[in-house]
Design a protein around this ligand. Structure first.
Ligand SMILES: C[S@@+](CC[C@H](N)C(=O)[O-])C[C@H]1O[C@@H](n2cnc3c(N)ncnc32)[C@H](O)[C@@H]1O
Length: 210
């Protein structure tokens, strides 16, 4: 599958994404992510693969200035509509080459995006690049699973991740205080054939030294 296939898929589902997402996972994911990011009012936060702004909404609520980045223009159109007049900027871009300066943000967040990334270690390195010294990277995503149909139904590139790999990729990206743990949340998509998955969701965090 190509980046273009992924972009097309998410363009197609953008107007339904809020409803779809509610069937996949719940509030606990973003509560855990925002807490781990230690966002102060006025902090600059990148929500990478923002979709319709699930994490952005919560970051705005704690007083952050949010940059939502996505490769899908239709997703970004949803966020522009939803957050009009708020401290939110939508930027089109790819997780492998983010439209952010080095050291631009206090926190970078990515929920359920890494399993769409062509090269996850590179995506982590790229997100780490954008952090200010002391800034935090927080990623929430699926643990490894065997639901192959997610590749065709929802264009997942990776069937989740081993937590040890995630920790190593954070460390290889130069991050310190790396931790990978449970969100205590389950991702539960339903296949076109009717099968329902129940996939645990991890939370990974790390800090840029300095
Ligand atoms: C499963 S959705 C998650 C959206 C949002 N983070 C949420 O929690 O609702 C994945 C999002 O990542 C975006 N995406 C996928 N591949 C991407 C890439 N290579 N670069 C940037 N965004 C990407 C998709 O367009 C989509 O909005």
């Amino acid at each position: 599958m190509s980046n273009e296939d992924t972009r097309e898929y998410f363009n197609t589902v953008a107007t339904q994404w809020d409803e779809m997402r509610q069937q996949f996972f719940g509030e606990g994911v973003r509560v855990a992510a925002i807490r781990a990011a230690e966002i102060s009012p006025g902090a600059i936060v990148a929500d990478v693969g923002t979709g319709t702004g699930f994490l952005s909404e919560k970051a705005l609520a704690v007083g952050a200035r949010v940059i939502g980045i996505d490769s899908s223009e239709e997703m970004l159109a949803e966020t522009r509509r939803k957050f009009a007049g708020r401290s939110f900027e939508a930027r089109a871009g790819d997780v492998d080459s983010l439209p952010l300066e080095t050291g631009e943000v206090d926190a970078a967040l990515a929920n359920m995006v890494l399993h769409h990334a062509p090269n996850p270690p590179n995506a982590i390195r790229e997100m780490a690049r954008t952090l200010k010294p002391g800034g935090k990277l927080v990623i929430t995503d699926a643990d490894t699973h065997e639901h192959e149909w997610l590749r065709t139904d929802q264009l997942d590139r990776w069937l989740g991740f081993e937590r040890a790999d995630i920790a190593r990729w954070f460390e290889d990206a130069g991050l310190i205080d790396v931790a990978v743990g449970d969100t205590n949340e389950i991702c539960s998509p339903t296949a076109k054939c009717g099968e329902r998955a129940a996939i645990t969701i991890f939370i990974a965090s790390g800090r840029k030294a300095g």
